[in-house]
Design a protein around this ligand. Structure first.
Ligand SMILES: Nc1ncnc2c1ncn2[C@@H]1O[C@H](COP(=O)(O)OP(=O)(O)O)[C@@H](O)[C@H]1O
Ligand SMILES: [Mg+2]
Length: 235
């Protein structure tokens, strides 16, 4: 089966400086690929390059066989790249329903059908549709950020450290829900994450990034090797 997302030798950075030095990755339908690495190695920059907020300087990004590496961010969203940013960036002054509406702009045709589906996956949101998002807990806001990305019916979902600042029981719940979503909808997931428990319970494979390159790919078995993980994360 061909890859849903095929990143080949991607380079990008800020100003004149390169942060990504040739990243190649492939994600298949329904696959959850984890990406780990120390702070500052370029994980967030990779995600921002994939959605078009950081320009691709060299290499290619193919979604479902089509080159999208130089398309505008809104066009990539419409093509099927969903993004859950680090720190969530939900609209705190807007209601849950209004936040979901904002996400629906990526794909108005399919959003109506997706609305019931995503609130089905995250029942806490269904119960709080008219609540201001800023009044909710961190875990609820993270679920909203994921639902807001999913409502556009993406082919690929990019998640930047979804466990950050969230209590462990809710991290577990979010992980289980994401697994179910990948299995049932076939969405491919790129999970940037420091929480190795979440990575172990979710990922089919795990890539390790250092200095803007993928330096290793770990199997599920290797994820249990604490010494190896500690070395890669330099904890
Ligand atoms: N907006 C920016 N402008 C300039 N440099 C940046 C910007 N964002 C990140 N960087 C730099 O790019 C490098 C990679 O950062 P980042 O992708 O955020 O790493 P990670 O997500 O792996 O912690 C770091 O050296 C960081 O200082
Ligand atoms: Mg980051």
């Amino acid at each position: 089966m061909s890859a849903l997302l095929d990143i080949d030798a991607a380079e990008s950075g800020y100003g004149g400086g390169r942060v990504l030095n040739g990243v190649s990755l492939r994600i298949r339908e329904g696959e959850i690929l984890a990406l780990i690495g120390r702070n500052g190695v370029g994980k967030t920059t990779l995600l921002r390059t994939l959605i078009g907020l950081v320009p691709l300087a060299a290499g290619s990004i193919r979604l479902d066989g089509r080159e999208v590496g130089h398309d505008k961010p809104y066009a990539r969203a419409r093509q099927g790249i969903g993004y859950v940013p680090q720190g969530r960036e939900i609209f705190g002054a807007l209601t849950v329903a209004e936040n979901l509406q904002a996400g629906a702009q990526a794909n108005r045709g399919r959003a109506a059908a997706m609305r019931d589906k995503v609130t089905g996956y995250f029942p806490v949101l269904k119960a709080k549709l008219q609540h201001k998002a800023g009044t909710m807990s961190g875990g609820e806001q993270q679920q909203l950020a994921i639902a807001r990305a999913l409502i556009g019916a993406p082919k690929i979902l990019l998640l930047d450290e979804p466990s950050e600042g969230i209590q462990p029981s809710i991290v577990g719940l979010i992980g289980e829900t994401l697994l179910k979503i990948a299995r049932e909808t076939g969405v491919g997931v790129l999970l940037v994450e420091q929480d190795m428990g979440m990575v172990e319970s979710m990922a089919t494979r795990c890539c390790v990034m250092d200095k803007g390159r993928i330096v290793d790919t770990l199997t599920r078995g290797q994820l249990a090797d604490e010494a190896l993980i500690r070395q890669h994360l330099a904890l």
